[in-house]
Write a protein that binds this ligand. Structure first.
Ligand code: EPZ
Length: 426
């Protein structure tokens, strides 16, 4: 099993290339199912989740080709997706169980092919992750939904019809499924209490480039006027605001100075406000976002909520920062029911954290001590890497497959700016 071995204590200084956003790339890779013309996506990150979804698209009959021409650059791969022939409408359990985001083939598939049979994703480490909102939304657009043998079957043999979808709670994935389904529905759809994450706007912009008629993406109400057909396009995946935010924390924790190349400060939102409050100096430059330390790390309070509030995907990383702050912090996880699995691992490194219900109180300590730790989910893994960068001595992070789902070339990027980190087998 691969693991990362980190020797803490180095200041990080220099440039880090921010990759295309995993959580934009995944829905964008489903959009080509809506058209028989090829769609080329550029700036795709090389991640395990991208490979898993590529396998699923191939299974459905789409051909996926890696476009050349990016000069073998280390980041920003271009791929062309051709779903002119949908050979199968079943997303099988053995693929979906690897990545629950596979559920976002449901909307485009039923809109384009009139049927989609997708394995129920099941829960994951951070929570039960139900899909009831996805199903209710598709029913509101005229799909017939049946659940049997662990699969959900959505059918609309005569196509979907525009309607009003009112989400009782904000769901990123359900908004994405509904947006793609509504693009080909007959008539107008209104999505109320829609997710407002930048990845939703990225998906809407790609759909508009394909000929969709969408207004209000990025706000809580999105209006979609269905069209008969969509056409191909070439579209660049937005930079990853969570990857950028994670490295911004590394700059502050190591009292370093990093330029996050291609990052967009406007997308990075609330986490950057908290980082500034904790002692970060954040400036926007022509090439990206620069983050350095004012020499002091102060405590802070966070409650995770849908965008534009503080994102749950940055919670674990900020807990690593809080563990060495001068003072106490309180972090409340209000989105997922089990997203504190990094706490016992951070405590193995000497952090002082107590959890009461959905809130964790972190009392900053002078220094952390290196140890063997276990990654439990994607963002928890990054939290442990961040702690290892400042812990005295050597930290070994096990179960790297979690990390490889969402961070492209992590150890290369960190080594480039001075971290002592390597990936070893054994
Ligand atoms: C997306 O997951 C992201 N994944 C997650 O990132 C992110 O944490 C999450 O949004 C919240 O921002 C991708 O974009 C691929 P939700 P998603 O539907 O769409 C409940 C990462 O680390 N809910 O917005 O699955 C759900 O249980 C991953 O990159 C229902 O109750 O999240 C949760 O409590 C982790 N019923 C809340 O809504 C539903 O039908 C928000 O979930 C759907 C969701």
């Amino acid at each position: 099993m691969e693991k990362l071995v980190i020797t803490g204590g180095n200041r990080l200084e220099g440039d880090i290339d921010i990759s295309g956003a995993k959580n934009a790339a995944l829905p964008l890779m489903c959009a080509p199912l809506l058209t028989e013309e090829p769609v080329t996506l550029t700036n795709l990150p090389r991640l395990a989740d991208i490979s898993t979804l590529t396998d699923l698209l191939n299974h459905l009959g789409a051909t996926v080709t890696i476009a050349g021409g990016n000069g073998g650059a280390l980041t920003g791969r271009s791929m062309t997706f051709d779903a002119s022939n949908i050979a199968d409408t079943v997303a099988p359990y053995d693929i979906v169980r690897k990545m629950r985001a596979s559920i976002i083939v449901l909307g485009p598939l039923v809109a384009r092919a009139g049927e989609a049979i997708v394995s129920l994703p099941g829960g994951c480490a951070i929570g039960n992750r139900p899909i009831d909102l996805h199903l209710k939304a598709l029913e509101a657009l005229g799909a017939d939904i049946e659940l049997e043998d662990g699969y959900v079957r959505a059918s609309a043999p005569n196509g979907l019809t525009g309607g009003t979808v009112r989400f009782p709670l904000v769901s990123v994935g359900a908004t994405e499924n509904t947006l793609m389904a509504a693009a080909l529905a007959k008539g107008t759809s209104v999505i109320e209490n829609a997710a407002r994450e930048p990845e939703i706007t990225d998906l809407a912009n790609c759909l508009i480039a394909m000929g969709a008629k969408i207004e209000g993406a990025g706000t809580e109400t999105i209006t979609v006027e269905g069209v008969d057909k969509l056409h191909g396009c070439t579209y660049a995946v937005m930079p990853d605001r969570i990857e950028a935010g994670s490295y911004a924390i590394a700059a502050l924790m190591t009292r370093g100075n990093l330029l996050l190349k291609n990052a967009r400060l406007g997308d990075m939102g609330a986490p950057m406000d908290v980082l500034a409050e904790a002692g970060g100096i954040i400036t926007e430059e022509a090439g990206g976002v620069r983050v350095k330390s004012n020499g002091h790390i102060g405590g802070f309070n966070i409650v995770t909520q849908p965008f534009p509030a503080f994102p749950t995907d940055m919670q674990a990383q900020f807990m690593a920062l809080a563990s060495i702050a001068d003072g106490a912090s309180v972090i409340t996880e209000a989105i997922f029911e089990n997203r504190f699995m990094h706490v016992p691992e951070l405590c193995r490194l000497g952090a002082d954290i107590t959890v009461t219900g959905a809130s964790a109180t972190i009392r900053g300590v002078k220094s952390l001590r290196g140890a063997q730790v276990m990654a439990t989910d994607l963002r928890a893994s990054m939290s442990l890497v961040l702690a290892g960068l400042v812990a005295d001595g050597e930290t070994t992070v096990n179960r790297l497959y979690h990390l490889d789902r969402g961070y492209e070339r992590l150890e290369d990027k960190l080594r480039t700016v001075g971290a002592q980190i390597e990936r070893v087998n054994g």
